[in-house]
Design a binder for this molecule. Structure first.
Ligand SMILES: [Zn+2]
Length: 211
């Protein structure tokens, strides 16, 4: 298995989208298709992947804007954790609040579970509620790579003042489920620069290591 990936900001709120897959089997996933579908499909082409799933870290509008378009162009299943269904159902309203055009998208095809293995790249789903109830992170052990969505940022954490947000749960998710990963793990965040687990354990002003 040889993992290939590319991560880049997309859409009006510059959400980091990641195209990742196994170059040997050609199976790939798109994490957070938040806009610019042509740019995303360019990366898919370049990496030579066949996209099997559009995987959402959570159901905020800036992480889904290209999902409907790419879903219609590929056979990829839409994946989400079920606790964010109420947010998925409100995507049109979320877009209206930000004055953005709503790109119609079907309901998710598959509900992700905590600890569920991904069919490509040896990845695993980690439920990290707090920013939203259904927030998920995705960990690729061989690659020491984490896709953290809006749960953990470089020297910051996701906001918890939006519907379903919970600061206590966010802190607990980060301390127990993310800070327990190897220090060297690269973290692709939902917005802005990447970081590492070790850097955040030592420097994050919002969530310190437990104990
Ligand atoms: Zn968000």
């Amino acid at each position: 298995m040889t993992i290939v990936y590319e991560s880049f900001p997309v859409g009006p709120l510059q959400c980091n989208c990641t195209v990742l897959g196994d170059s040997e089997s050609g199976r790939g996933y798109i994490f957070d298709p938040g806009g610019n579908p042509e740019r995303i499909m360019e990366a898919v082409e370049k990496l030579g992947l066949r996209i099997e799933a559009l995987v959402h870290t959570h159901a905020h509008l800036d992480h889904f804007l290209a999902a409907g378009r790419i879903r219609s162009q590929t056979d990829a299943r839409i994946c989400l954790q079920q606790d964010d269904k109420f947010l998925w159902d409100s995507l049109e309203t979320q877009c209206a609040m930000f004055g953005l055009p709503y790109e119609p998208v079907p309901d998710p095809d598959h509900w992700l579970e905590h600890d569920e293995p991904l069919s490509c790249g040896g990845g695993i789903c980690i439920h990290t509620p707090g920013h939203t109830p259904g927030s998920m992170s995705f960990y690729f052990e061989n690659e020491e790579l984490l896709i953290a969505g809006d749960t953990l940022f470089q020297n910051s954490v996701g906001r918890t003042d939006l519907p379903g947000g919970d600061t206590g749960k966010l802190v607990d998710s980060i301390q127990t489920r993310l800070y327990s990963l190897d220090d060297e793990t690269t973290v692709i965040t939902g917005h802005g620069p990447s970081t590492s687990i070790g850097h955040e354990i030592r420097n994050n002003p919002f969530v310190t290591a437990r104990g």
